[in-house]
Design a protein around this ligand. Sequence first.
Ligand SMILES: *Cc1c(COP(=O)(O)O)cnc(C)c1O
Length: 404
Amino acid sequence: MSFVTHLECSETGKKYEAGKLYNLSEAGKPLLVRYDLKALAKTLSKEELASRHYGLWRYREFLPVEKDENCITLGEVISPIIRVPRILKKIGASGELIVKDESRQPTSSFKARGLGLAVSMAKEFGVKHVAIPTNGNAGGALAAYATRAGLKATVLCPDDTPEVNVNEAAFVGAHVFRVNGYINHCGEIVAEGRDKVGWFDVSTMKEPYRVEGKKTLGIELAEQLGWELPDAIIFPTGGGTMPIGVWKAFDELEEMGWIGPKRPKMIVAQAAGCAPIVEAWKEGAEKARKWEEAHTKAAGIRVPAAIADFLILRTIRASGGFALAIPEEEIFDTWREVAREEGLLLCPEGAAAFAAYKTALRDGRIAPGSRVMMFSCATGLKYPMEAKTGYIDRTKPIDYSVFG
Ligand SMILES: *Cc1c(COP(=O)(O)O)cnc(C)c1O
């Protein structure tokens, strides 16, 4: 069973009956799931939760799936939180930076949380075929969970999507197509195919359940920090399921009486080559303009237009946070720096969040002594890495001085 009461249009507040398959609301905006949180709080205690060892589904009561048999799993984990003391010392930071490392999830990215939930719900509603536009990680996750659930999956990605992502999605059973365009062009084809093919569209924020999976990140980080939220959280942001989901988790936890009203500053990091949310935030706009000629090798945040732009912007403002665009070179310099100094391989998107921390600390927008959390959302191994290596010809006399 679940504690779902209804769904709600994120723009108009109009209520929608639970137990039905939905994409967007009639207003063309994302739908959000609402729960009977008072009843939930009576059923579940923090102690009971602490005694569970299981990954994402340990938050079962916070999630919308009705039947246990529809809870699809590939072994999700509670992702570790990792400190980076050496770099903090180097930059003279007096506070704390905690990296939440989502590279350990199935398919090696946090997309597993959202798509695990979306596929579980699609299965519950009897969907047979799911489709998604992706820059890489979402396609791999959808493919894996759909195959696990016995659903057919179609994945559309821009034609410059890295080989490794394309192959991964196809290898675990999806039909994969490269498209000569951006992710929003892929999204248009997926939307069009709803009537023409009959598949279910699981695009970011265009169905209500991916964000519920991402919500578990917010519950999990609160639990990991002893139900004391940090002063700020930095999100590498494309479509924005992460800040929206995490914010939703905090609201629900407060309504249950598990946390107080204190909220972290919600900080959005984007690449300078694709920063529609940052521009809108600077202008004080409610919505973002579509970004023309988007470019960044941090593909997870190369999203020229986000349907939930207004929700991301509201979240930033409600929290007293801000949005930062990070130049491409700085993203990749930071990526290399964190690997070299700390032995921690972030994803480049995570490196953008890390760089945002350094910038905001320097310009005073993050106060000295602050406790800050940031997300690294995926493995760095799927991105091209230039690295210097040596070569030994073992058939010749070996020059041992090279090892010094
Ligand atoms: C998808 C993705 C993001 C952005 O997440 P959104 O929820 O779309 O904002 C960031 N980093 C990586 C590695 C991703 O795959």
